[in-house]
Design a protein around this ligand. Structure first.
Ligand code: SF4
Ligand code: SF4
Length: 217
């Protein structure tokens, strides 16, 4: 059957049995696919399928969750903190030397290597009692909103003073909070127990490997 509707060309809509239903006004070339002729009338009601789906949902409600109850605080608890594979590049930290001073010698190599130009350093002469180097960073900032976590700063550092941790919970509620300054970067190293670690870009980059916490050289 063909027909027209309000003066437009009309198209026949076919029901599941190949018959025709009331004509609807479809754009040219658009046809309504016939239903699956193998469906029973119970299946066509859809209600049994909806009840089955709800039953499946209810069963899952009482099963153990596959997801981590993430709050980012308890790093030792695998139920609370996903440990990324070693080699994951997360938040940066700065290391200290044996004397507890910032290890950075303000050489600007990391800033020069950074493709995002998000490291800003101001150097200043060291106090006379710091006999091992001439300068240290009076100001050391990383704008993590611009950082692309490429790890080039870690690669470039000649004294292994900066590294990227596996910390990934790096959200914040302000842009200012994502500018990490020297003392915060040192504090992060302390918190991770990696302040004096001697790894350089985690050579033991094995999936599932948990980073070893090292203290001292
Ligand atoms: S990880 Fe890459 S983009 Fe981020 S501060 Fe280091 S060098 Fe720059
Ligand atoms: S972190 Fe390393 S590369 Fe960057 S300024 Fe300090 S010593 Fe140089």
């Amino acid at each position: 059957m063909s027909g027209s509707h309000d003066g437009h060309d009309g198209h026949d809509a076919h029901d599941a049995h190949g018959g025709t239903a009331a004509a609807v006004d479809l754009p040219p070339g658009v046809v309504i696919a016939p239903g699956d002729p193998s469906q029973t009338w119970v299946e066509k009601l859809y209600l049994p399928e909806i009840v089955k789906g709800l039953g499946n949902t209810m069963r899952r409600l009482f099963q153990k969750s596959f997801t981590i109850d993430y709050d980012g605080t308890d790093r030792e608890n695998p139920e609370k903190y996903h440990q990324p594979r070693n080699g994951y590049r997360g938040e940066h930290y700065l290391k200290k030397d044996d004397n507890g001073h910032v290890k950075c010698v303000a050489c600007f190599m990391c800033a020069a290597a950074c493709p995002a130009e998000c490291i800003h350093i101001e150097a200043t002469p060291t106090p006379p009692e710091w006999a091992d180097r001439e300068r240290y960073p009076k100001r050391f900032e990383i704008d993590l909103l611009r950082c692309i976590y490429c790890g080039m700063c870690e690669e470039a550092c000649p004294v292994d003073a900066i590294a990227l941790s596996t910390t990934y919970n790096i959200v914040s509620d302000s842009r200012e909070a994502k500018v990490y300054r020297r003392d915060k970067l040192l504090e992060l190293g302390e918190q991770l127990g990696l302040s004096q670690s001697h790894h350089h870009y985690r050579p033991d980059n094995v999936p599932g490997h948990v980073p070893e916490k090292k203290t001292g050289h």
